[in-house]
Structure formats: C-alpha cells, structure tokens
Design a protein around this ligand. Structure first.
Ligand code: SAM
Length: 274
C-alpha cells in the first residue's frame, strides 16, 4: 500500500514537472518574434540544408520526424524545406503555442506538415515508422535525454537514419560558458540546456542501439554573434546590418572545409538503426 502511494506521488510530481515545462515553453513561444529574416538565422538555415542534403540524400517519399517545432514557428523553417523536397513530414513540440505557430506558417506557405503537440519523452508513433529523424538543439532541454534517444531508435525503421545535434561542450568560442553566465543572471531564454562532448553523445546513442556513422557539427560562428544578432534584430537596432559581414569568414570555412564543421557550436552525429 505504502509503495503504491509512493509510486502515485512520484507520478504526480513527474506530471506536474511536465506541466511546468510546457508552461515555460509556451510563455517563451508567446513572446518570441519571428527571427527567420535575421542574417544569423539565414546562415543557420543554409547550413542545415547542406547537412540534410549530405546525410539524408534524396528526400522524395521519405517519412521524416522532426523533434521540436521552434524552427518551423519562429526560426529556420527547416521542416518546411524538407516538405518542399517531397518528404512526408511530421513535427512535434511540447508547446501548443509553438505547434500552433508552426501550423500557421505551414498553412501560409501551403505546406503539408503534420504537426503534433506532444512530448519527445514519449513519441506518439508506432515502432519502425520513420526513414529519418531530425533533431537539432532539442534533446538537451530535458533531463531524460536518454529516454528521448531510445524513443528515436524505436520509431526509426531498420537502417533508418537520425541526425542529432546538441550544444558542443568543447566549443572553441566557449558558448557553454556564456550560457552558464547568462543563466546565472536568469537571462538565458532556453534554460535548462545541457552541452555534450562527442564521446559522451556517442555512448548515449550506442546504449540505445544507434550506430554512429558520422560525426560533424554546425554553426562555426561564435555563439555570441548569433545571440547579439538576434538581440539587435528583435529590437530593430541597426547594428544587425553588420552581421553578414561578421559571418562571412565563418561561412567560407564551413561551406568549403568539412573538418571546420566539427568546430561548430552544435555537435552533430549521424546515426543508423541496425
Ligand atoms: C531552444 S528551442 C529549439 C531550438 C531549435 N531547434 C533551433 O535549432 O534553434 C527548444 C524547443 O524544444 C521544445 N521542447 C522542450 N522540451 C520538449 C519536450 N519535452 N517535448 C517536446 N518538445 C520540447 C520547446 O518547446 C522548444 O520549441
């Protein structure tokens, strides 16, 4: 009896926690302006497209799941791009505001995205459903990221591929340190956020029977340029006009030399379900 009560209390606490998390992301999504036109977002979008082309190849007829809809609501619209390439696209997010904004954007552009408001710790699809899963900057926001990885493995078809990106712990421009300092002053909007090293992420994936095939990265630009660009862009400060100039050298490196991608502030792995 006592054990039953304890289990009930733990469940209750867990669901309360999820409710609070959903509320936090809803609040953020409500106040967030659309940052698609910002120069650093366009840079991000181009790098995502190159990554997906390289590692997923031809998307026509492929069934793809994307974790989180932040990009489709206010950011790079990468799932919309996959939709335009002929993929059968599904996206999910814990926040109903983000899901709603993503849906509105898809409608405006006549997109066929299938949008769900749901938690990535329990993906509402059957085993072996997807050819590809794409997630960039999502799993590090939940403590149970290992469960999320197990869920990705479960919904992937055999030989299905996942692209998984998280903040790189060893970023040369020390973005994780900047995030820690901002968070300390309550100024980091996306907290909590865990950064990871390459071998740590590899171990997590392998524990879930996902074989890492390739390790790369995304966004060589220093994290503070991205943050400053968004700060200036959302406040209409003319300094934002300098961003393309600042980004130019990083773009040259990242688009020409494969090895430089590993220095990006997002650590990315391509993994396959065996
Ligand atoms: C920092 S934003 C995403 C950043 C974005 N992917 C990018 O590349 O810039 C985190 C997103 O994950 C969503 N999210 C957080 N926890 C989640 C969960 N447990 N289940 C589903 N979505 C979640 C949030 O609502 C938010 O849209």
């Amino acid at each position: 009896m006592e054990d039953d009560q304890k289990a009930k209390n733990t469940d209750h606490l867990y669901f309360e926690q999820i409710k609070i998390q959903r509320q936090q992301w809803d609040d953020l999504a409500r106040m967030m302006p659309d940052i698609l036109p910002a120069a650093s977002t366009q840079y991000y979008r181009q790098r995502e497209i190159a990554l997906i082309r390289h590692h997923f190849g031809d998307l026509r007829g492929k069934k793809i799941l994307k974790l989180d809809l932040w990009n489709e609501a206010v950011n790079t619209r990468i799932l919309n791009w996959m939709d335009c390439q002929g993929a059968d696209t599904y996206g999910m997010d814990i926040s109903h505001i983000t899901a709603y904004r993503a849906q509105q954007n898809a409608l405006i552009s006549n997109g066929r995205l299938r949008i769900l408001q749901s938690d990535i710790r329990s993906i509402p699809f059957a085993n072996n459903s997807f050819d590809f899963v794409y997630t960039m900057g999502t799993i590090e926001h939940v403590q149970e990221y290992e469960i999320v990885v197990q869920e990705i493995q479960r919904v992937l078809k055999t030989r299905g591929r996942a692209i998984i990106g998280v903040p790189h712990k060893w970023d040369i421009f020390l973005r994780p340190l900047l995030v820690k300092v901002l968070d300390l002053f309550g100024k980091y909007l996306y907290a909590p956020e865990k950064s990871m090293g390459a071998s740590e992420l590899k171990r997590i994936l392998e524990r879930s029977d996902l074989q890492v095939q390739y390790r790369t990265g995304l966004l060589l630009m220093p994290g503070f340029i991205r943050m400053a660009d968004l700060y200036f862009y959302t406040r209409g400060i003319p300094l934002q006009k300098l961003t393309p100039l600042l980004l130019w050298p990083f773009e040259q490196f990242e688009s020409r030399w494969e090895w430089t991608k590993k220095l990006g502030y997002l650590l990315v792995v391509v993994a396959e379900k065996s």
